[in-house]
Design a protein around this ligand. Sequence first.
Ligand code: NAD
Length: 339
Amino acid sequence: MHGNQPLGIAVIGTGRMGADHVRRIDRVISGARVAAVADTDAERANAVAAGIDGCTAHTDPAAAMAVAGVDAVLIASPGPAHEAALLAAFELDLPVLCEKPLTPDAASALRVVEAEQALGHRRIQVGFMRRYDTEYVRLKALLGTGQLGRPLMLHNRHRNVASSPFFTSSMLITDSVSHEVDVTRWLLGHEITAVTVLAPDSSAGAPDGLRDPQFVVLETDGGALSDVEIFVNCGFGYQVQAEVVCERGTARVGDGHHLVTHTAGRWGGTITQDWTERFAQAYDDELRAWVDTTRRGGVDGPSAWDGYAAAAVCEAGVRALQEGCRVPVELAEKPALYR
Ligand SMILES: NC(=O)c1ccc[n+]([C@@H]2O[C@H](COP(=O)([O-])OP(=O)(O)OC[C@H]3O[C@@H](n4cnc5c(N)ncnc54)[C@H](O)[C@@H]3O)[C@@H](O)[C@H]2O)c1
């Protein structure tokens, strides 16, 4: 990158999230441009690149990263493709915003952490965008004042209208609860030490064989408990709520009371229908912060270690679901790079 030039970004994966990030870079935030895109589906890559001046389309992520004028990489391909893309970005020592999950399992996430350590400096920000949501930011700031005392319990609710046809019972944990795993670690500043998963009878609205809803209990090394109701076929809306119970009070986000109407003998509002709507501001601010920090030569936000810890907790969660028991989380020793 030179002087005041916009940050040239290669976007890897131009599906739902990737195309939305391309739109955001192109039309919402300043200081960046989409220099190249890559998708194994050439038609999709071409269609996304077609609307953008000077953007080239590729099927090979490494080719997109090697285009002249690429200063940074945004990875929005499916989780299993992240490790290869991250290692390709490391080859060129490029800063990366990697959509969650860092990788789908703890072993591959630890390989990425080790490869970043070998580079000798942080390059990765993981896309845990709730850390940029205005309500969560306020909640974190309030906890930081100590006004409410020590946090003892965190109650989370995470509901989707309907799950994708390929969703499995384990994916409720690895794809959805992974956000609450990060929120718990970030809000409380604790590591998660054990996971228990309980499941009531599945909802009639869930596809056959899917354990939905589930109730996840996370224990932390700071002596707090965090529980998560995950219900991905609730039918009525996309809801994400969190309430922290502290020694001297409680604080809660996600009620969604932006506009309340009173008419015809009733009062109420609307419920968001998906994450692109509920977290629009968070995605914008996440990308804005990443671009600004990267242009200054820095790295900030959720780290590869946060991505690894989330992967390890989710892996324990999947075992807890499958084996019906409490599963301790075994983390590697935290390297100095992330302390
Ligand atoms: N932060 C969030 O709230 C949030 C929300 C949804 C999805 N995600 C994450 O974003 C990522 C993408 O999810 P999505 O919903 O956009 O999926 P998607 O299936 O809509 O898009 C993925 C795209 O990647 C392409 N692809 C597949 N393998 C590839 C490879 N090796 N290299 C390049 N492109 C490849 C596919 O052709 C597809 O176009 C996932 O990691 C997902 O977990 C994050």
